[in-house]
Design a binder for this molecule. Structure first.
Ligand SMILES: Cc1ncc(C[n+]2csc(CCOP(=O)(O)OP(=O)(O)O)c2C)c(N)n1
Ligand SMILES: CC(=O)[C@@H](O)[C@H](O)COP(=O)(O)O
Ligand SMILES: [Mg+2]
Length: 642
């Protein structure tokens, strides 16, 4: 059937099988429609836009040429997967992206057979694709592993660990390096410079202008012997040595927006490659949407926006963002202390390190997506007398746990950990939630762990950390804006291991750690209205605990409730351990611990997420009332939870 040029092809493509029924010459139109659909969808939901815009043609070409889902397509990070979602059966739900009950903003195995591997943290794709390739090979099944990884994500060591191990996969492993010369911020480091040299070389420009001739030459060579294939990789490209040394056939650089280039190259690789192949594709982040193309961050992550103007929806911020309070405070402290320096792993704006960098560029280090290196680098700086702040999101610090233990804590080095995005984070969902840092840090000898209840506390904690040279110290704070409290003119050095009483009562004591303090105070109001005199303490420290304060409150109150934005094993566990070790719980004291549940909480509005977690004021009140009603002796766990 002949199509009129204006018939929407996207309406005919629900899955890649439909796509593969189209003629190659129809794919340009399909890609344009896909791009328009994606822009429209993200304008209503918000989300990651720039990266997906840059891979529209690549998405179409991969699904057209390869046999997905038998061939396992693994998107690195997964923030660029919206076009992929639209043509893999999820177009009808694409406007639910990142909302409660809606599609995830990343790839997710439970969502689709076309998402063979979930992601959101970077640089896992080559390892996972290699795993798929090897499993299929060993089981005698069809199916390649195809990893699509960005230039920013290629800065992490894990990508090289995987490539170093790839030879055994033979031609079942294909790595597509999507080089848009951008991370969230401009990319940094030697690898980025290497890729830029390859792309900007005159041969590449020549190749672009002589595309059809090159493709002919390529396919001829690809059908040749292995020796000729070697010649192809070397003759055809402008670089690639690094990847060749790691055992890959390097193909590229290729214009990733030109389907006439992409399709034959992918077909050739599919049909003729002898070993693992790395295809270097050059794309533009934000491609095809002028406001994104013309912006500094290429609309990496956006709120809802006006499609015509590109104008982003503004929420009236009542208070400064925590990350900015941190960055500006640190910058100010560094004005008079030249030992202070800041390290970010590719998140300068997200962590507020960009604010520090403006004032102190020579003491700012963006190390790329390399959290492990960031921590050990900070340890080296600390060992030599600097005062390094490693500013890393809670979820990404998970990656550097052994470095925290082995390089920092065992040597008792004064690395300062500024842990942003602590607690639940909303639309990014479970992969980005900062759920575990209290647990994984407060268990470590030598480590001090603080949590800021509001932005003024964050100022004090930043200062306290700067002044603390006795060993490692961490302070955590949530995503988003502060509570609106006035910021202190002069920061206070907090006494290590001492909390504060925010409100004094006699019957119930809520021990809060971090920014649940607002909810704890609301709960106290409700309890007071019910005639239950309530104390609220902001413990400030998960480690060391303010044992004097806790013991005093335990001796004088009937119910103790701990509240924290973290998993089991954190504040509540430490308080209970202290209380039972010292016999404080021996006389029927009712202690309850409110913490994140033992489940992964999906993307949603943070208030709803905290409802689900049972950490909002009404649930704190409920917990107290239940504790007072039940004399917990003799009831089963199930009854107690009911
Ligand atoms: C381990 C880890 N650290 C940091 C991030 C935050 N992050 C998400 S996307 C991104 C940039 C990725 O750049 P690139 O791979 O080039 O993809 P692009 O956005 O350019 O398409 C970063 C730093 C992450 N997802 N995972
Ligand atoms: C994909 C990714 O990891 C980042 O883009 C992340 O979504 C940023 O989160 P924030 O918006 O909290 O900085
Ligand atoms: Mg990139």
């Amino acid at each position: 059937m002949t199509q009129s040029p204006y018939t929407p092809l996207l309406d005919q493509v629900d899955t890649p099988d439909d796509l593969r029924r189209l003629k190659p010459e129809q794919l340009r139109q399909l890609a344009d429609e896909l791009r328009t659909e994606m822009i429209d969808a993200v304008s209503t939901s918000g989300g990651h836009l720039g990266s997906g815009l840059g891979v529209v043609e690549l998405t179409v070409a991969i699904h057209y040429v390869f046999n997905t889902p038998t061939d396992k397509l693994v998107w690195d990070v997964g923030h660029q997967c919206y076009p992929h979602k639209i043509i893999t059966g999820r177009r009808d739900r694409i406007r639910t992206l990142r909302q409660g009950g809606g599609l995830s903003g990343f790839t997710k195995r439970s969502e689709s057979e076309y998402d063979p591997f979930g992601a959101a943290h970077s640089s896992t794709s080559i390892s996972a694709a290699l795993g798929f390739a090897m499993a299929n090979k060993m089981q005698g099944k069809a199916g390649r592993g195809i990893a699509v990884i960005g230039d920013g994500s290629m800065s992490a060591g894990m990508a090289y660990e995987a490539m170093n191990n790839a030879a055994q996969a033979g031609n079942r492993l294909i790595v597509i390096l999507n080089d848009n010369d951008m991370s969230i911020a401009p990319p940094v480091g030697g690898l980025s410079a290497y890729l830029a040299r390859m792309v900007s070389s005159s041969e590449y420009l020549g190749i672009r202008s002589l595309a059809s001739r090159v493709i002919q030459k390529m396919s001829r060579r690809m059908h040749d012997t292995i020796g000729k294939a070697e010649e192809f990789t070397r003759g055809m490209v402008t670089g690639g040595t690094l990847f060749e040394e790691l055992g890959f056939y390097y193909v590229g650089p290729i214009d990733g927006h030109n389907l006439d280039h992409l399709l034959p190259v992918l077909e050739n690789v599919r049909d003729t490659s002898e070993g693992p192949v790395l295809i270097h594709v050059v794309t533009e982040k934000g491609k095809g949407y002028a406001p994104a193309e013309n912006s500094a961050d290429k609309y990496h992550g956006v709120p809802k926006f006006n499609v015509i103007t590109g104008e982003k929806a503004k929420s009236a911020p009542s208070a400064p963002a925590y990350q900015d309070v941190f960055g500006l405070t640190l910058a100010k402290l560094a004005d008079t202390d030249d030992r202070i320096c800041a390290i970010t792993a590719a998140m300068p704006s997200g962590t507020g390190v960009d604010k520090f960098a403006k004032a102190h560029p020579t003491r700012t280090f963006d190390v790329g997506i390399a959290e492990q290196h960031a921590v050990t680098f900070a340890a080296g700086l600390a060992a030599e007398g600097m005062r390094p702040f490693a500013a890393i999101y809670s979820t990404f610090l998970q990656r550097a746990y052994d470095q925290v233990v082995h390089d920092v804590c065992i040597q008792n080095l004064p690395v300062r950990f500024a842990i942003d995005r602590a607690g639940l984070v909303g639309a990014d969902g479970a992969t980005h939630a900062g759920s575990f840092d209290i647990t994984y840090l407060a268990t470590l000898p030598n480590m001090v762990v603080m949590a800021a209840a509001d932005e003024a506390e964050l100022v004090h904690m930043t200062y306290t950390a700067a002044e603390y040279d006795a060993g490692p110290i961490a302070f955590r704070y949530p995503r988003g804006n502060g509570t609106g409290v006035p910021l202190p003119e002069v920061p206070v050095k907090l006494e290590i291991g001492k909390g504060r009483l925010v409100r004094e009562g006699t019957k119930v004591a809520i021990l809060s750690l971090g920014s649940r303090l607002t909810e704890a105070l609301k709960a106290a109001d409700t309890l007071e209205a019910k005639g239950l005199s309530t104390t609220v303490a902001d413990l400030r420290f998960a480690k060391p605990l303010d044992e004097d304060l806790i013991a005093k409150l335990m001796r004088t109150h009937e119910v103790i409730v701990t509240v924290e934005e973290g998993s089991i094993g954190g504040l509540g566990a430490h308080v209970l351990t202290f209380a039972s070790d010292t016999g404080l719980t021996d006389n029927g004291l009712k202690v309850r611990t409110l913490r994140l549940p033992d489940t992964f909480i999906d993307h949603d509005d943070p208030i709803k997420q905290y409802d689900e977690a049972g950490l909002n004021a009404p649930q704190i009140v409920d917990t107290v009332l239940k504790a007072l009603k039940h004399n917990s002796t003799g009831i089963t766990g199930e009854e107690a939870r009911a």
